[in-house]
Design a binder for this molecule. Structure first.
Ligand code: PLZ
Length: 446
């Protein structure tokens, strides 16, 4: 097969006839509850491009929600997966184990922040790994309560729905939710700054606000774990003020509470470090990974301090497919690719390119209330001109216009007013800038 041309190209109306036909088949065959962001069906993807079944080529600023960080169908991954599939596809690690699983665990223990002895366990999805992190924390502390934060997203299973903040579309009508989950206020510099300038910039003050709620409404004696995304993903790419996360970690250490970092979206080089916690200088007790770990094959993990990870009884953790050998082979090739191709530096470079371009746009257009994020995880918060009122209508119009013009962008945020950019690290500067220029032009037209 020829290499996928790295250029934006609109060959048909969007959607084209083949995608439109598939959309009709989907409506008749797939539950409507499973929605789609884009109106087109994928045929191939590589580098910074997704090509659809009608031959349209889109600039990929989404990476399948921060999954294909090293580029779609990355060559080393394709090769490793082919070789592993030919050897064996599954034996179940709980029955006849295999080396790939152990090797992925060794790498995770080496790469995650924290120098002490660590252990890992592998699962399939981000939500499944979050659930297991909570199980481990409860087993270790012999306590039950879990605190999550405003705007948090941790998944769609029952426990993780309870941890997730936003009702629509994730939770509405799907309760009752798991008990013993409590919510604390986040550090959200842009919006906190509207209440008080100090609260917007002082992470320790924001932590004090959160810890007061935790102490008064839950109590450390009942609290097994605090779970947080070091940069919030679905909640709006919120980067907490400096000092917020370190203060939470310090409080957890003093109170026998397990600090869980959910790095499902931020992990694996995405933010210009292996893990976003490194930017904050914190060492979580447990760290949850998924998405970018295996370039699109379903794999997730919990990694953490050995005495915590070894707390549950033998055979207390597991699952039929957890750490599937094909997914493990993909993860090993992904890690190798990040290291050999210098992709962490590439993420930092992409941050500079995006913040530069979006910063200039913000200076010209006061509907861009905030530009924020780390590495190749950058967002703009869209507001009504002359105010900080969220503008979800403008956000969805801009996203739809971008899709029609051949640029894949995603939205997020509790108020639906955040446009987020998660390009693969293998995208060229030219394509990245072209994507942002298209958006700038569309925004000016709206
Ligand atoms: N934790 C921080 O970002 C998944 C979800 C999209 P799964 N985010 C994308 C959607 O609408 O379902 C996510 C995350 C963080 C956990 C998860 C859950 O990971 O692999 O989707 O279960």
């Amino acid at each position: 097969m020829t290499a996928l041309e790295q250029s934006r190209h609109i060959a048909t109306a969007i959607p084209g006839p083949r995608s439109a036909a598939l959309t009709d088949r989907k409506a008749a065959a797939v539950s409507r509850a499973v929605g789609n962001t884009m109106p087109v069906y994928a045929a191939r993807a590589a580098g910074g491009i997704v090509e659809d079944v009608d031959g349209n080529r889109f600039i990929d600023l989404g990476s399948g929600i921060a999954v294909t960080t090293i580029g779609n169908a990355a060559p080393r991954v394709v090769e490793a997966v082919r070789a592993q599939v030919a050897d064996f596809t599954h034996t179940c690690f709980m029955i006849t184990p295999y080396e790939g699983y152990v090797e992925v665990a060794e790498h995770l223990n080496r790469l995650t922040p924290g120098s002490g002895e660590k252990r890992s366990a592998l699962f399939n999805s981000g939500a499944e790994a979050v659930e297991n992190a909570v199980k481990v924390a409860r087993s270790y502390t012999h306590k039950t309560a879990v605190v999550a934060f405003d705007h948090a997203y941790h998944g769609r299973t029952n426990l993780t729905m309870a941890l997730t903040a936003k009702s629509m579309p994730y939770k509405s009508g799907f309760g009752p939710f798991a008990p013993e989950v409590y919510r604390a206020p986040l550090s959200y510099p842009y919006r906190d700054g509207l209440i008080s300038k100090e609260l917007g910039t002082d992470g320790e003050l924001a932590a004090e606000r959160a810890l007061t709620v935790i102490e008064k409404t839950v109590g450390a004696a009942n609290l097994a774990a605090v779970i947080i995304e070091p940069v919030q993903g679905e909640g709006g790419f919120v980067v907490p003020a400096d000092g917020f996360l370190p203060a939470l970690v310090a409080w957890c250490r003093d109170n026998d509470v397990v600090f869980i970092a959910d790095e499902v979206q931020t992990g694996f080089a995405r933010t210009g470090a292996w893990f976003a916690c490194e930017h904050e200088g914190i060492e979580p007790d447990l760290i949850v990974t998924a998405k970018g770990i295996a370039d699109g094959l379903p794999l997730s993990a919990v990694t953490g301090r050995a005495e915590i990870m070894d707390a549950p009884h033998v055979s207390g953790l597991g699952g039929t497919y957890g750490g599937n050998p094909v997914a493990c082979a993909a993860a090993l090739a992904t890690i190798e690719t990040i290291e050999l191709d210098g992709l962490i530096d590439r993420a930092r470079h992409i941050e500079k390119v995006m913040k530069d371009r979006l910063g200039r746009l913000q200076a010209e257009d006061d509907r861009i209330g905030d530009v924020r994020g780390r590495g190749a995880m950058i967002a703009v918060e869209l507001v009504r001109s002359g105010s900080a009122d969220p503008d979800p209508a403008l956000t969805s119009q801009l996203a739809a216009a971008a899709h029609a013009a051949g640029v894949i962008v995603l939205t997020c945020g509790t108020f639906g007013n955040v446009l987020r950019f998660l390009p693969p690290l293998t995208i060229s500067d030219e394509l990245l800038l072209e994507g942002l220029d298209v958006l700038a032009q569309l925004l000016a037209d709206l």
